[in-house]
Ligand binder design. Sequence first.
Ligand SMILES: [Zn+2]
Length: 74
Amino acid sequence: MKHRNISLSGDEQDVCSASGCGNNPKRSIPRKRVEKTGSLNLQGSSRKVALCSDCYRIFKKSSKKDRTMESLGR
Ligand SMILES: [Zn+2]
């Protein structure tokens, strides 16, 4: 049987937190960090969001951009 419990700090989610995406989550990331990038539409209201590998890639890409801008602004 394929039944795994992914613990996401008390908040159980079986699908990616990006709206419109129904993939299995691979990563759990603080919601703020994802919101900051503005690259994904998030569902729910938990502090942490679960992202599938695809959405995580999108997030990672935009957060990299964000980080570059941050370092420039310093
Ligand atoms: Zn996703």
